[in-house]
Design a protein around this ligand. Structure first.
Ligand code: HEM
Length: 156
């Protein structure tokens, strides 16, 4: 009898270990800790034009750029997907819109123009942008960076 109980406990122990390992390997990367998130970063170079197709329509993925880092916001499709309140940001450099707290599409620089250098933003606007940047960093995976015509944009 005792032997049976011991055998059952050992079997349960192994089953639990296998289950825990399975859950860890299949967990949602967005729900994972920072280290796991960093490992899953896919580095890609985008220009405003190559970014534009990731708008949830031309491509089901939705990317947005904030301060020249490109985030995969596909998980937030309810916000940025077609018909969402912030769809104007999908496939675009959203920095100025976030700084000004405006989802007016006219605020964003057209994709055939040089990347917005954000130089004329006020201190308050820069702070707003900064806190949105943190929000995206905490919530979404970085998939690349935004560049002018494929050349690396100089840091200010
Ligand atoms: C009209 C008033 C507004 C209301 C009632 C509103 C409401 C909301 C709500 C309820 C959320 C979800 C918060 C969460 O669960 O994390 C949200 C997120 C957000 N809002 Fe607004 N919002 C407004 C205006 C704006 C404006 C003007 C902008 C322009 C920058 C904006 C940009 C965002 C962004 C970027 C998110 C984050 C979505 C994400 O986590 O991916 N909102 N808003």
């Amino acid at each position: 009898m005792i032997t049976t109980i011991i055998v059952v406990l050992i079997v349960l122990y192994f089953v639990k270990n296998i289950y825990t390992e399975f859950v860890a390997n299949n967990s949602n990367p967005l729900a994972a800790g920072d280290n796991d998130k960093d490992k899953s970063i896919v580095q890609g170079k985008f220009t405003p034009k190559t970014l534009a197709k990731y708008n949830g329509k031309d491509d089901p993925k939705i990317f947005i750029a904030v301060k020249n880092r490109v985030f995969d916001v596909t998980q937030g499709a309810a916000f940025y997907g077609p018909g969402g309140p912030y769809e104007n940001f999908a496939g675009r450099d959203a920095s100025r819109g976030l700084a000004l707290n405006s989802f007016d599409p006219a605020v964003l620089t057209p994709i055939d123009q040089p990347i917005d250098d954000l130089k004329n933003l006020t201190k308050l606007e820069l702070e707003s942008l900064e806190s949105w940047d943190e929000h995206f960093e905490n919530r979404y995976k970085i998939v690349g960076t935004l560049h002018e015509n494929g050349t690396v944009k100089e840091e200010d």
